[in-house]
Design a protein around this ligand. Structure first.
Ligand code: ZN
Length: 418
């Protein structure tokens, strides 16, 4: 790429520009349009400036420019197992049972092959930063044994650095925190891993407040982030999100706490819903909506579901709660279809949760806000490097969400260290 490049007739979603006044461009719908200048590989806004000798001009036909995407929540250890599962379909418990049976096949080459496919799909979708959850069993903790999937994904994180930055969450059944010494050992393993995050599956386990408190204490001791699967169900008895938020109110270790799913919020009404939503806002906890898996598993009956199970994105957005949308399960027991593509997840959320245009603000849920939630600096278009940009064949942000073709402005290369 030349020292000075101008992309003629580019459009940039307004919500993805940090400093609109300094950026320039003409408002059109929810975008700023104009000639996007790149100087020395960095975006320099849309204010007109004389082109120096040797400058490169590219004429876009109305493409929309985005920062590269962030995948906040996927499961690269589980993905692409659907073809070999004996039993697919049913509710969350059926999915857990089917997945558990499949684990007998989780050898090192098997996980490497499937997770590599998932990473390639994320890269094709335009993702630069991804967080995968990785299952740990209570036996792993009891026997001080690192699961094969954790090691394989650590190797892949290293190999893919520079193309897709990969964070890993150790996903434990909450009861594993009952073994405090074992959990402390696990927390140290997580802290020793680049991009390691501590997590747990919070459902209806007894003593969940005490177990969560241990998770909070250990995360603080070793200095890692927390990312929980909470309330993946609609029953009144599920209070994982409320409990996490109550603990978070007393607990500021300077790290963003993330909760995925939060389906039960969808089943609350009236004052109970208002109380729960306000508590999330006050606690500063970030929420990840996972529409594909929730639509597939929640509200199961013998017929067509009446409840959607997707968390209350609109009400949370009104309160300024940090939000993101993730792909979650892809072609496994929890979701037999799906894609490693945050924009596809956002499109599903738009239909399931009634996210209306303008879409520039909702695009933050797979870009700037999603990155901030994962502890990374948000990547706005006006602060981006050329290698951080995507070009989408779209005239309107609705077409971006609808899945218009996209490609990087520049290919990212594998780092030589890989
Ligand atoms: Zn998940």
């Amino acid at each position: 790429m030349s020292q000075h490049v101008v992309l003629r007739n580019a459009a940039v979603p307004r919500a993805l520009v940090a400093d609109a006044a300094g950026f320039g461009g003409t408002p059109r719908d929810d975008c700023l349009v104009g000639d996007l200048q790149l100087v020395a590989g960095q975006v320099a806004g849309m204010h007109p400036r004389p082109l120096p000798p040797g400058a490169e001009e590219r004429f876009l036909r109305g493409q929309i420019v985005l920062p590269r995407l962030t995948e906040v929540h996927c499961h690269l250890d589980k993905c692409h197992t659907v073809a070999r599962l004996a039993q697919v379909g049913g509710d969350l418990q059926a999915a857990i049972a089917a997945q558990h049976a499949d684990k007998a096949r989780w050898s090192q080459p098997d996980i490497l092959r499937r997770a590599t496919r998932g990473l390639a799909e994320l890269q094709r979708a335009g993702v630069a930063l991804a967080r995968t959850h990785v299952d740990w069993e209570p036996d792993d903790v009891a026997q001080r044994r690192v699961p094969v999937a954790w090691t394989v994904l650590e190797r892949l994180a290293h190999e893919w650095a520079g193309r897709v930055t990969l964070q890993r969450v150790a996903l434990l059944p909450l009861e594993a925190f009952g073994d405090r010494d074992g959990a402390a050992w696990l927390a140290r393993q997580v802290a020793a891993s680049a991009g390691g995050v501590l997590g747990a599956f919070i459902f209806d386990q007894p003593h969940r407040r005490e177990l969560l408190k241990t998770a909070f204490e250990l995360a603080t001791e070793v200095g890692v982030m927390l990312d929980f699967h909470v309330d993946e169900g609609l029953a009144d008895t599920l209070d994982g999100l409320t409990t996490v938020c109550e603990l978070a109110l007393d607990w500021d270790n300077g790290q963003q706490i993330v909760c995925g799913h939060a389906c039960r919020l969808a089943a609350l009404d009236g004052a109970a819903a208002t109380r729960a939503l306000d508590l999330v806002r006050d606690a500063g906890v970030a929420i990840v909506a996972l529409p594909t898996t929730n639509l597939y598993l929640q509200g199961r009956t013998d017929g067509t579901p009446q409840q959607r199970g997707i968390t209350r994105l609109r009400e949370l957005a009104e309160r300024g709660v940090p939000l993101a949308v993730g792909s979650d399960n892809v072609c496994d027991a929890f979701c037999p279809i799906g894609a490693h593509d945050p924009l596809a997840a956002l499109a599903t959320a738009a239909l399931a949760a009634h996210l209306d245009p303008p879409y520039d603000r909702w695009l933050r849920l797979v870009t700037t806000d999603a990155r901030r939630m994962l502890g990374a600096t948000p990547m706005y278009v006006d602060r981006a490097a050329a290698g951080d940009l995507l070009l989408v064949e779209a005239m309107h942000t609705a077409e971006v969400v609808a899945g218009a073709p996209r490609r990087p402005l520049e290919e990212r290369r594998r780092q030589s260290a890989g």
